[in-house]
Design a binder for this molecule. Structure first.
Ligand SMILES: [Zn+2]
Length: 517
């Protein structure tokens, strides 16, 4: 550091403060000038010690033993050696001192952003042309709006030369008439950084054929913001910040109304092998084509989805592609056999269901419910675990003599639809083998019956004038209103009421409802 031979005046107490130049103070942070506090900052402390500058304690810890003359004190405490502010706790003092400075007209609170200008021009062919024309007489002239967009020429050697932009060699494209004076002019030959395009492409994607505008704000408003955004954590400091800036500018321009482009973000984890990113040169690679040939693409997908939550990193086992053969591949074969062995059972209407049939039906509806919830929170590994359970139930049901055609049909079709997003090929094949002509991927997502999907059934007793008249199986989470509806629609209860409205209804969910007439 170097003493500049000059002093600043502390506006609070009028004391002179020496001004030093120091290499640890960042020129682009704030104004580039800082007020050092040597007693309470590590770098200021080291600097003051080296240049023999006064180290004045202004914060005293509540426990005096916490302070040491050999190092700065960083923790909480109260102000000392600070005149009128003595005794003020540090966390309060920042606000109090700022208010005092504002009241005296000596300063004000300000927000500092740690952001810098972004140089967007690149010497590349593949980028959006910068719509500026250079005229000898008029200088830099923007291309008029009616001439936008400027389209890249397609007769260019676009390999980088290391010097000029490849566009500089496209003479016919470069030489244009000045939009202002019609004299000889040249186009800007740099193109924009592709980060410019990725900062607003989502608005264009919802209106991709618009030839008049980047996008129609009304169309964009109907779709935006994006419901869900997925990407690697490496985008956190560049793309996602740029995209948010652009969206806010578009809002200011009246072209968009959603202030945030991506309200929901999922950062997916990285798949590694031996703790390192897979790469050909390192040889720590799972060759997808080997996986496809040996086990099929669906097995590979299922294996990866089953390996853990998507936001977690996953280290592929050393055995490589063979690990797919342990669970994912045999399980898909098990699904195949289940579907094929029960292909020809046709639903013949509402056959009476045995308790075994009912139990399996409940399992189907419960599975639809929990797998749907798993999908909503990207919990594909637990969704697959539920489908494993469902398939186990189906095999046990068959082994126990179960074979209700309607029940098996409902189970298999629900299983295939729930599995389809994760194993698209095998489910499509099995769907068609069941006689369907259209694609499984255009089917509606299966719907569960809340009663059947309810985890627990209880017996609800219905009394009329103190006597038990009916017992009904209801879901444990039944509401009072639903209990009344069920009780009043019971034939046995209706027979007792004979059209009379109950004078009084006592409901004790979920097990008792008592009607008084
Ligand atoms: Zn001109």
């Amino acid at each position: 550091g170097m003493f500049l031979g000059r002093y600043a005046v502390n506006p609070v107490n009028g004391e002179k403060i020496p001004i030093w130049a120091a290499d640890y103070v960042m020129i682009d942070y704030g104004t580039g000038a800082i007020m050092a506090v040597p007693a309470h900052d590590h770098r200021d402390f080291e600097f003051a010690r080296q240049y023999d500058i006064e180290i004045r304690t202004v914060i005293e810890p509540l426990d005096p033993a916490a302070a040491s003359p050999d190092e700065p004190y960083i923790g909480p405490g109260v102000m000392v050696n600070s005149g009128a502010f003595d005794g003020t706790p540090v966390d309060v003092a920042v606000g109090v001192v700022t208010e005092w400075l504002e009241a005296q007209g000596l300063g004000r609170a300000a927000k500092n952003f740690r952001i810098r200008d972004w140089l967007i021009s690149r010497q590349r062919y593949w980028g959006t042309p910068i719509p500026i024309v250079f005229c000898e007489r008029c200088g830099e002239v923007p291309v008029p709006e009616e001439d936008l967009p400027v389209v890249l020429p397609d007769d260019v050697d676009f390999r980088p030369t290391g010097e000029d932009s490849p566009l500089a060699s496209a003479t016919e494209w470069v030489n244009v008439a000045c939009p202002k004076c019609a004299g000889a002019a040249r186009r800007e030959t740099d193109t924009m950084d592709t980060f410019v395009d990725s900062s607003w492409y989502f608005n264009r994607y919802v209106d991709p054929h618009n030839e008049k505008l980047p996008f129609d704000p009304e169309v964009a408003d109907a779709w935006m913001p994006a419901d869900q955004y997925t990407g690697g954590i490496e985008h956190a400091v560049l793309h996602l910040i740029y995209a948010r800036f652009f969206q806010k500018v578009l809002v200011d321009l009246g072209m968009a109304s959603a202030p945030e482009p991506f309200p929901n973000l999922l950062n997916q984890g990285t798949i590694t092998m031996g703790g390192k990113r897979m790469s050909k040169s390192r040889g720590n690679l799972v060759d997808p084509s080997e996986a496809f040939e040996r086990y099929g693409a669906d097995s590979l997908r299922l294996y990866m989805l089953f390996s853990g939550p998507p936001e977690q990193d996953f280290d592929w086992p050393d055995e490589g592609v063979r690990s797919i053969g342990r669970v994912a591949y045999p399980w898909l074969q098990r699904v195949w056999r289940l579907c094929e062995d029960n292909r020809d059972v046709v639903s013949v209407g509402n056959l009476n269901q045995s308790p075994l049939d009912e139990a399996l039906t409940r399992q189907v509806h419960r599975t639809i419910r929990v797998v749907s919830e798993d999908f909503e929170r990207f919990s594909f590994n637990t969704a697959i675990a539920r489908l494993h359970e469902l398939v186990n139930h189906a095999y046990r049901y068959r082994a126990a003599g179960g074979g209700h055609p309607g029940v098996m049909r409902e189970l298999i079709e629900a299983l295939l639809k729930l599995l389809a997003p994760m194993a698209p090929h095998i489910t499509e094949e099995l769907w068609h083998r069941r006689g369907h002509q259209d694609s499984i991927h255009t089917q509606k997502w299966p719907v569960f019956d809340p009663d059947l999907a309810s985890l627990e059934q209880v017996t609800m007793v219905v009394q009329v004038n103190g006597k038990v008249r009916d017992k009904l199986e209801v879901p444990a989470g039944i509401t009072e209103e639903e209990m009344k509806v069920r009780a009043l629609s019971s034939d046995k209860v209706s027979a007792q009421l004979q059209g009379r409205e109950p004078r009084k209804v006592i409901v004790k969910p979920p097990k008792l409802i008592s009607l008084v007439v």
